[in-house]
Design a protein around this ligand. Sequence first.
Ligand code: PMV
Length: 339
Amino acid sequence: MTQAASPGKIILFGEHAVVYGRPAIAAPVTQVQARAIVEDSATAGIRFVAPDLGSDYWLAEASAEDPLATTVRLVQEAAGLAQLPDLTITISSSIPIAGGMGSGAAITAALVRALAGHLGLDYLADNRRVSELTYQVERLYHGHPSGIDNTVVAFEQPVYFVRQQPQNRIEPFAVARPLHFLISDTGQRSSTKIVVSDVRRQWQAQPARFEALFDDCGRVADAARQAIQAGDLAQLGCLMNENQRLLAEMGVSSPALERLIAAALRAGALGAKLSGAGRGGNMIALITPKKEQEIRQALADAGAAAVLSSIVGQSDHIPHNAGGGHGHAGRLAGNRQRF
Ligand code: PMV
């Protein structure tokens, strides 16, 4: 039996502009994780079991777009294997679905690592390879994702990311002082694909205005990297507010997001913004630990569907446990209760 876990993620700076080649920053959220367990089976075929979703099916019956089946086929292709052994693959996740926390990417990355470990394909468990394979699966859902989600989920560290040819710029970087965030869910699901294509339509209609907005987002992301590396939390909070203003101008905020952002700032957050595609999903607030309870309460009073706390820059890395065992079981169950 081989298991692997991958974290959720938040985009700290630069969503949407990242699709247009501007820098962005994302960080893993290890309090929530996706996990894949791969076991040899006595029954012929490859079976997928996801107890949380109540699904149980065979690879041979899966549709061409099924993400788990696609992941298995991509790993098989990348390894050049004519045939795979009979397997049972169990998937579980505590990452909210369609909330901008990278749940799909994390499931794929965990499955790639667990399969690579189980089949003895260590070279496929390299962060860059995991990220590339995850990207190919993400494309099925998001059209042309920038690649930041799969990158942060595979590297499991804060990353500075620029989408570019021939190869994306991926720079994992150190955090000088731990960053305490509250991640708060509006409870409204939103489709990344739809929001991204709305922004594209507006960019096509008003190219000069949107190029200028994207440039400003890029400058904010660059300044944010410096603030994170210098441990300047006050500056970082201001930059989050500035990024939120630019995202609202792009038309990707929403009344529910604005309500939560205003509540967090009133209760003493250093900065707050939406995270991910917007129009729903999650917002993030940079806080100091002594204000946590007050800000949590303010978010709950403002209608938050869930509030999760996450510290970026403090043991972000998940031990992979690729050789088997039950390493994450208690931790994952415990973290589930934090939502
Ligand atoms: O909604 P999420 O967390 O998958 O974030 C999407 C981020 C965008 O910048 C809006 C799109 C992308 O592909 O980077």
